[in-house]
Design a protein. Structure first.
Length: 482
């Protein structure tokens, strides 16, 4: 199956959301059933067992609510949730007909796994390493067989491996305006090409390399080509021996493009508990049971922010990364993410990995589902400080302090009071109730799922000057209209 031509995107910001959701994106015995059921399943040789959350110091109540909300349909299209804390699998459950042994199409999580393989190839000396200046090498030097293509455009002389890895090559590319099945989609064209690398490299440079993020799956395929050319093996075969084998991952399928290249853009299928092993490998600095599978230096450089991205988390080297806002707190995370909300979240501060697998296609709320699951259930389970604050009581006069119109050049938020309640209405008519938390803080719930934290900032005269809205990876500052 040529999965790569099916409709998929990076998996963070769904299209067509309302104004308030845009604000979010700019900032994005049932109690014991899940983990007891998982722990009671037969364990294959070498498989990690699931322990009770309480035994790992994890609050089981948010996880119980999570299972209930999924089974009652309040969180749709979820296939699996896996949570690892302090090296122990504390939660593993499956829904909607899925089970532990069923492979999940990971979509663009494939890119992050491809990045791991690329780092391993450098570690093995198959490709120039970081200390040899590989990241600054020009593409014509790294791809001499394509030098004639690259040197046709003088602007491409500035292109380096760093630009490929960070999706900042500045090439003309559009895989967002049309479905992936549409022949106008640039990834569709590249995927069907006899030579996808040539197709990508022939695109003209339209922005200065290194200055702007542009999602480009063709760049991920260049990495697959480099791995295969250097190792003499298909990337999926390379992965089987050097990555999946050491991690104990036995059940996996990786699609290849018509050209024969392994689809490191989006062709990987694996079990959610094995996706957690990928996250654990990176959480542990590339080490698995004492073995350095991939160098710590590559783990660190690939999960570091290399380019800021206004519409999603920031980007590293085929990994997303950034500060995640939850209940007035902020913690750094990096993640592998695929279309429909397939996600492997890694939270170094909590020694935790969370995997969320969902329906891949026709699931526009998938990315928001994932962020809401983190904010409402998983982080409150593993972080005692990540709890919704108790509601405060404010008089009508105190509430009136916050009314008014707050805006950016793109969106506006109108806050009004009706009796003892504040309402926030977006410029497109969507609305939510604001619950006071004290200290100029409020909580709003959008679409019955998304908890938005709002901090109002008073000026020297005591009047409110601006509001900061935060959820997920972005926060938006809106000034109050005079």
């Amino acid at each position: 199956m040529f999965a790569s031509l099916r409709s998929r995107v990076s998996g963070i910001s769904p299209e067509g959301m309302f104004t308030l959701t845009v604000i979010v994106a700019l900032m994005a015995a049932a109690v014991l059933q899940p983990y007891c059921a998982a722990a009671g399943q037969a364990q294959a040789a070498g498989e990690r067992k699931t322990i009770s959350p309480g035994d790992a110091g994890v609050d089981r109540q948010p996880l119980s609510r999570l299972a209930e909300d999924i089974r009652e349909g309040r969180l749709g299209s979820i296939h699996s949730i896996v949570l690892v804390k302090d090296g122990e699998m504390v939660y593993e459950d499956y829904y909607n007909g899925y089970d532990r042994d069923r492979l999940q199409y990971t979509a663009s999580i494939s890119k992050s796994v491809g990045s791991i393989l690329f780092g391993m190839a450098m570690d093995q000396g198959l490709l120039p390493g970081i200390d040899e200046g590989a990241l600054e090498m020009s593409l014509s030097e790294i791809l001499p067989e394509y030098r004639s293509v690259i040197e046709k455009d003088a602007a491409k002389s500035a292109l380096t491996l760093h630009h490929v890895l960070s999706m900042t090559a500045g090439l003309e590319w559009d895989e967002q305006s049309y479905p992936y099945s549409d022949p106008h989609n640039d990834w569709n064209k590249a995927g069907r090409s006899d030579d996808p690398v040539r197709f990508v490299l022939e695109r003209p440079v339209v922005t200065e390399p290194g200055t702007e993020f542009e999602y480009n799956g063709g760049l991920s395929i260049i990495l697959s080509y480099l791995i295969e050319n250097a190792s003499g093996r298909k990337s999926d075969e390379f992965a089987e021996e050097y990555l999946f084998g050491p991690l104990g991952i036995e059940e996996v399928r990786w699609d290849r493009l018509p050209s024969g290249l392994t689809d490191t853009d989006g062709g990987l299928h694996m079990r959610p508990r094995d996706m957690a092993k990928i996250g654990m490998l990176y959480l542990n600095g590339g080490i698995r049971e004492g073995e350095q599978v991939v160098s710590r230096s590559w783990v660190e450089v690939s999960t570091r922010v290399h380019i800021e991205n206004d519409n999603s988390p920031d980007y590293g080297y085929q990994w997303w990364c950034g500060d995640f806002h939850h209940h007035g707190k902020t913690d750094f995370t990096f993640l592998a993410s695929g279309h429909g909300g397939q996600t492997v979240f890694v939270f170094p501060a909590f020694e935790a990995v969370a995997v969320i697998a969902q329906e891949v296609f026709d699931n526009p709320m998938g990315p928001m589902n994932g962020l809401a699951i983190l904010n409402r259930y998983i982080l409150p389970a593993i972080d005692p400080e990540s709890k919704p604050a108790e509601a405060a009581t404010l008089s009508q006069a105190e509430l009136d302090l916050y009314t008014g119109i707050y805006e950016t050049p793109q969106v506006s938020l109108t806050v009004t009071r009706e009796d003892d309640t504040l309402h926030a209405q977006g410029s497109d008519g969507t609305s939510m109730v604001l619950v006071p938390l004290g200290d100029h803080s409020f909580r709003g719930v959008l679409l019955g799922l998304i908890d938005i934290h709002l901090e109002f900032e008073p000026g020297a005269d005591g009047g409110i000057e601006r509001v900061t809205s935060s959820f997920g990876f972005r926060e938006t500052v809106m000034d109050k209209r005079s």
